[in-house]
Structure formats: C-alpha cells, structure tokens
Design a protein around this ligand. Structure first.
Ligand SMILES: [Fe+2]
Length: 185
C-alpha cells in the first residue's frame, strides 16, 4: 500500500477533520522519527502506520484496534503492520505490547502530539513554531489542560524508549516544528 492508497482507506472510514488532522500529524511525526533514529529506509512504513493507527476510531470506538486489524487483514496488509497498529492500544484496548522501536515511538507520540497540538491552539500564533520546551512542560504538568491526553501513557512511552520525559517532549516538539508545514498541506 502506498501513501495515496492509505489516504483513500483512511478517508473511507474517517470524515471528521479532527481525526484526519491527528492521522496526518502522527504520520508526519513518525516519518520524521524514522529518519532521526536511523530507520530512513523504513520511513514510509512508519509514516503509513502513523496515518492508519486510529483507522477504526471514528466508526468503531468500541472495537478500537481490533477493527483496524480486521480491515487491514481483509486488504492483505502485512502482519508486522497490523502488530504495530494494535500495539499502540497496549494496556488499554490491546494485550499486544510494543516491541519494535517504531511501535514504542507510536505509543509515545500518539497522546503527546495531541497535547502539543492543543497547546499550540492556545497560542496567538496557533503554531508550534514559537513554542518553548518550558511552556510544553508546564502544560504537561497541568493535568486539567487537555485532560484527554494521558500523561501516564506519554510517560510509559518514554520509559519504553529508555528516554527521559524531557527528551521525549523536546524531540517530539522538534518533530512537530519541522513537520508543521507538511501537515498543514
Ligand atoms: Fe491516535
């Protein structure tokens, strides 16, 4: 499956702008991390996993992850692709733990990109471009801000990667700064 086909599949199951935006953000950030972490040849794979990770969430929230696995199997997708997607629900809706570094990154950035995106919307610029790590850390600590973005999941993701929380916040903020224009397209 190429990006165009993945996008067609995504929009077959998702129409809400918020969901499409989240998919595009996680896709771009995953691709950025692939390049950053020495997985440039797998960048498209990381990107497509990011794009489709919440494929089922708009229409089948009760069957989150399982329904995506079903849809992707019907389309003949590779089991490694399905494993990656299902593992982002680990500890919540899935028993499949992230193993590959790509899966750990997905687990860590899924909620965090939501938090950073929400923080950006509070800024006069409506952008991450002028956001400092210090202000992101404040938003992270303020549990009433974007309460739907689980701080626990973000912390667990950092632990899985053996990164400090600050390292994860800073790198993901950089990823979003460098991909903001691509995501807006
Ligand atoms: Fe997600």
């Amino acid at each position: 499956m190429n990006r165009e086909e993945a996008w067609a599949l995504l929009t077959e199951y998702n129409q809400e702008p918020f969901h499409l935006q989240h998919a595009k953000t996680v896709a771009a950030v995953m691709k950025w991390f692939a390049q950053k972490l020495g997985y440039a040849e797998e960048a498209e794979f990381w990107e497509l996993v990011g794009l489709l990770h919440d494929l089922d969430f708009e229409k089948y929230p009760e069957q989150h992850c399982q329904k995506t696995a079903e849809i992707l199997r019907e389309r003949g997708m590779d089991e490694s692709f399905i494993h990656a997607i299902v593992s982002h629900g680990y500890g919540m809706v899935s028993e499949v733990a992230p193993e590959h570094v790509m899966e750990k990154v997905l687990f860590a950035v899924d909620e965090l990109t939501g938090l950073i995106g929400a923080a950006a919307l509070m800024r006069p610029s409506k952008s991450v471009s002028d956001m400092e790590l210090k202000s992101l850390k404040k938003k992270f600590k303020d549990k009433s801000f974007a309460a739907g973005c689980s701080r626990e999941v973000i912390q667990t993701g950092a632990n899985m990667l053996n990164w400090s929380l600050d390292e994860l916040l800073e790198t993901t903020l950089n990823a979003m700064k460098e991909t903001e224009e691509i995501i807006a397209m």
